[in-house]
Design a protein around this ligand. Structure first.
Ligand SMILES: CC(C)(COP(=O)(O)OP(=O)(O)OC[C@H]1O[C@@H](n2cnc3c(N)ncnc32)[C@H](O)[C@@H]1OP(=O)(O)O)[C@@H](O)C(=O)NCCC(=O)NCCS
Length: 212
């Protein structure tokens, strides 16, 4: 289960309301090519993606085992979270819009003006730069479009690629924390945080991607 950042920010009521409204209204297609909100029709593709241990072994936040029933429940849970302004589950589809080549799970705490994200891409396109560039777009979107001021991230202790891309994005390492899997078991994680001001000190404001 996603946990809010160690650093506690309090959003004034108008900021909390604006973040909830932004999450409810958000359209992930402006992050990059073939980004979609996960729906029932992506369940089979998500099961296939996650069934590859090269994709899912480093992930703590996904429901196991990867059955259509569990993944449908996860997708429906995020549909409800989005309606409350508290989360978004995004898929990157193939060109037929059936297969799923990547996903990101975004959890938002509007009252804390904070969020977390995690995700994965299919094994055949790993280590080619797309995970890193997609993550950068997602961070910019979370700050610039959803309007949060703080992101906390975790990664498995041995996840070298995640650690590198997170630190290249300017996140500050803040020790370790316990991440709780959906089944209640614990994974020890590396932990980082970054504020929107820190991000904007080295990255330009988010510019929407336009399809077509
Ligand atoms: C983690 C993940 C999203 C990274 O995306 P990616 O496209 O594979 O990674 P990139 O090619 O963008 O590389 C990211 C960084 O790792 C480095 N890297 C890539 N392959 C590497 C390898 N085999 N060994 C060491 N470093 C490597 C890159 O040089 C880059 O570092 P830099 O930012 O300092 O240049 C992707 O590998 C993935 O989905 N892995 C499985 C699931 C997972 O671990 N999810 C993250 C959970 S927090």
């Amino acid at each position: 289960m996603a946990a809010p950042p160690k650093t506690v920010l309090y959003a004034p009521p108008e900021e909390e309301a604006a973040i909830r409204a932004a999450v409810r209204a958000c359209d992930p297609s402006i992050i990059g090519p073939n980004r979609r909100l996960a729906t029932q029709r992506h369940v089979e593709g998500l099961v296939q993606l996650l069934s590859d241990p090269l994709v899912s072994d480093p992930l703590y936040g996904v429901p196991r085992p990867f059955t259509e029933r569990n993944i449908l429940h996860w997708v429906e849970d995020f549909t409800e979270r989005k309606a409350r302004g508290e989360g978004v589950l995004i898929v990157t589809t193939d060109f037929a819009d059936q297969g799923v080549v990547a996903y990101s799970q975004i959890t938002i705490w509007p009252d804390r003006t904070s969020g977390e994200t995690a995700g994965a891409i299919s094994a055949d396109i790993q280590s080619l730069g797309s995970g890193g560039s997609g993550a950068m777009r997602t961070f910019g979107w979370m700050y610039g479009v959803l309007g949060i001021r703080l992101i906390g991230l975790t990664a498995a202790i041995d996840n070298v690629r995640s650690a590198k891309l997170i630190e290249r994005a300017g996140f500050i390492r803040m020790g370790e924390r316990d991440s709780v899997r959906p089944d209640g078991t614990i994974r020890r994680s590396l932990y980082w945080e970054q504020t929107r001001d820190q991000w904007l000190s080295h990255e330009p404001p988010f510019e929407p991607y336009r399809e077509g």
